[in-house]
Design a protein around this ligand. Structure first.
Ligand code: FES
Ligand code: FES
Length: 151
């Protein structure tokens, strides 16, 4: 079945089953591999994208649930005000280690900052709790979010 979805401001028609996860559509059909596959079970956050500005796990989001909503991925998050601040702070704080989780971390952090420009430690911990980093970059992530909030 054909679905029309809007990703990073561009409209795409994709011919897939309605229960196909958005993550598969992004990576395998649209070739946007910045969004990562980790667990496939909404447990790690590697696949986080924005749907109408809200961070969602694309691995459990069926494409037929998207409708006319606007999807934003890591490929375009730097074009948003909050995303630009987060990415700049990420670079300056040298947050990344292996990098695998970082697309999802940045998407969650950006959604937080866009909705709450001055998050407390508790706000940060709550917003980032679902994003797992096996390299343990959590301290730098929190510092970078605070830096971005002050910029
Ligand atoms: S791949 Fe979606 S939460 Fe882990
Ligand atoms: S930087 Fe390696 S998993 Fe997070």
């Amino acid at each position: 079945m054909a679905f029309t979805i809007k990703v990073n401001g561009n409209t795409h028609s994709v011919d897939v089953d309605g229960d196909t996860p958005l993550l598969w559509v992004l990576r395998d059909i649209l070739g946007m591999t910045g969004t990562k596959f980790g667990c496939g079970l909404a447990l790690c956050g590697a696949c986080t994208v924005h749907v109408d500005g809200v961070a969602v796990r694309s691995c459990i989001t069926p494409v037929d649930s998207i409708g006319k909503s606007e999807i934003t991925t890591i490929e375009a998050i730097g074009a948003t005000p909050a995303g630009a601040k987060i990415q700049k702070a990420w670079l300056e704080r040298e947050v990344v280690q292996c990098g695998y989780c970082q697309s999802g971390q940045i998407m969650s952090a950006t959604a937080l900052l866009a909705s709450n420009p001055h998050p407390t430690d508790s706000d940060i911990d709550s917003a980032m709790a679902g994003n797992i980093c096996r390299c343990g970059t959590y301290v730098r992530i929190r510092e970078a979010i605070k830096q971005a909030a002050q910029s």
